[in-house]
Design a protein around this ligand. Structure first.
Ligand code: 5RP
Length: 218
């Protein structure tokens, strides 16, 4: 295990310590969230889970966790997920793994959402991180044209569709001076079905850096 991977596992373990029997737990997506899934399976708690991606659902089921289909779930007790970048206000960019739409829905359904990350994800400002945007394929050209006013560069992920059957465009060179304004502008573009800006969803974070875990609380 690399130092970074060990930090991911430490952060994951701190969040898993908040999980109790009888909880419905939202499982995030990505390499850090995979540690959560493994640790939950190891601990043998009496819990149920919902997953934010097919990959996380498959891993959780393979390790013996009970995964409920989210379409019949309105409330989750605790969601635990990774991030690509997180600042001191607990605003974050997510979606390098393309699961940001389901991640945001599960986070919104959760009484509490915890982000877990290694120290490389902690940033002063979010704008250096690519911002993933999920677009209905029907709206590709129209949405990209509208987005071009908000980003210096937009790169569509080639040969990639989300679990929802949509394309992802990564936005580079964006202004983080007004994050709520940017989120509003993105949401106002017809055909943009999701994006990786998380501004109010995150309640706490565990960041592990060289073996030391720091807890941030909103
Ligand atoms: C997937 C995500 C992930 O949580 C994020 O990309 C972090 O991934 P990792 O833990 O592998 O660095 O948002 O859509």
């Amino acid at each position: 295990m690399t130092d970074r991977d060990a930090d991911k596992r430490l952060a994951a373990a701190a969040a898993v310590d908040e999980v109790c029997d009888n909880m419905l737990v939202g499982l995030g997506t990505g390499s850090t969230a995979a540690h959560v899934i493994a640790l939950l399976a190891e601990r043998g708690l009496t819990i149920e889970t919902v997953a934010t991606s097919r990959a996380s659902a498959a891993l959780a089921e393979r390790l013996g966790l009970k995964v409920r289909p989210f379409d019949a779930v309105a409330r989750v007790h605790l969601a635990i997920d990774g991030a690509d970048a997180i600042d001191a206000d607990l605003s974050a960019v997510k979606g390098a793994g393309g699961a940001m739409l389901r991640e945001k829905i599960v986070a919104a359904a959760a009484d509490r959402m915890i982000v877990i990350a290694d120290g490389s994800k902690r940033v002063e400002r979010l704008h250096d991180t690519k911002l993933p945007i999920e677009i209905l394929p029907f709206a590709r050209a129209f949405a990209v044209e509208r987005l071009s006013g908000l980003f210096e560069q937009l790169d569509e992920r080639t040969g990639y569709l989300t679990d929802n059957g949509n394309i992802v465009v990564d936005g580079h060179g964006w202004n983080d001076a007004d994050l709520p304004g940017l989120a509003e502008a993105l949401a106002a573009i017809p055909g943009v079905v999701g994006h990786g800006l998380f501004l109010s969803e995150i309640d706490a974070a565990y960041i592990a850096d060289n073996g030391v875990v720091t807890r941030l609380e909103r």
